[in-house]
Design a protein around this ligand. Structure first.
Ligand SMILES: [Zn+2]
Length: 274
């Protein structure tokens, strides 16, 4: 089955991973900007990273028939450096016209601090000023519920944010319902040691239905599995879900969400040259 991974960090994966993803049916993916595992030292470091996301990765992906899309921001983990964060936010418009840029992300909160909220809101202002979609990171474990609430309150309190153009990622059982009820899109992250397993994701799909719900691998430099979406496909098949129902979650939903960006030039596999 063809599928789209809406959240995966390919800068930290090998070219072999691209080949494996392609063989498993991945035809497009989107890569939000994230933390490098260390704090970057200057705005030029981010400029180079954004070139990697807008020039290098699309080329690497294209070798395997995968379309690569991306989102730009400075990660919440680095928001404590407010002056550097502001320099990066000022620089981002240099890249907003690149053909694979879908919007601003993954922005959010990490430890739910005041500086994180300040920088989060400045990213939101950037997004609405430029008509960009938003991709949200929600905090982990004990900070998740409160952080998700804070993020939703900030977004819903903004007169120019349209929830249908916002994807809130890393939802779990205790956050998925409020996210969907408020009109946002929700992403379940399939991660081997934290976040969500394919079984738990299948349970949530059964409980809440497929509307505005999708799944991602968030494959990155830590313990993660870039082929986690095929695992979910298998789990759903094992439970007797129809191919059409599975396809809705792993293929049609991300395409429908991304299509709200005018730069989402997705070519379905059946329309690609032989
Ligand atoms: Zn991520």
């Amino acid at each position: 089955m063809y599928y789209v991974d809406p959240h995966i960090h390919m800068v930290s994966r090998t070219t072999d991973d691209y080949e494996t993803l392609a063989k498993m049916g991945c035809v497009a993916l989107s890569e939000p900007a994230f933390w490098a595992g260390f704090d970057r030292g200057s705005v030029d470091s981010f400029r180079d990273y954004f070139r990697q996301l807008t020039e290098t990765e699309p080329r690497r992906a294209a070798q395997y028939g995968i379309q690569h899309f991306t989102w730009l921001c400075i990660n919440a983990k680095e928001a404590e450096n407010v002056s550097l964060s502001r320099e990066v936010i000022q620089m981002i418009p240099e890249f907003l016209d690149c053909p694979n840029v879908l919007g601003i992300g993954e922005i959010g909160l990490n430890k739910n601090t005041k500086n994180e909220s300040t920088i989060f809101l400045e990213h939101v202002e950037l997004a609405v000023a430029h008509g960009q979609q938003i991709l949200i990171h929600t905090p982990h474990l004990e900070d998740k519920y409160q952080g998700t609430r804070m993020i939703m309150d900030m977004l819903l309190g903004h007169s120019r944010v349209d929830p249908s153009r916002v994807l809130i990622d890393h939802v779990e059982e205790h956050t998925v319902a409020p996210v969907l009820e408020a009109g946002f899109w929700a992403g379940m992250t399939l991660y081997p040691i934290s976040k969500c397993t394919p079984q738990r994701a299948a349970d949530m799909i059964e409980k809440y239905g497929p509307e505005r719900l999708m799944a991602n691998s968030a494959g990155d430099w830590g313990p993660s599995k870039p082929t986690a979406i095929p695992d979910l496909i298998l789990e759903l098949r094992r439970r007797g879900h129809s191919e059409a129902a599975i396809r809705r979650v792993v293929y049609e939903n991300p395409i429908q969400f991304f299509s709200q960006s005018e730069r989402f030039g997705f070519v379905p596999p059946e329309s690609r040259p032989e």
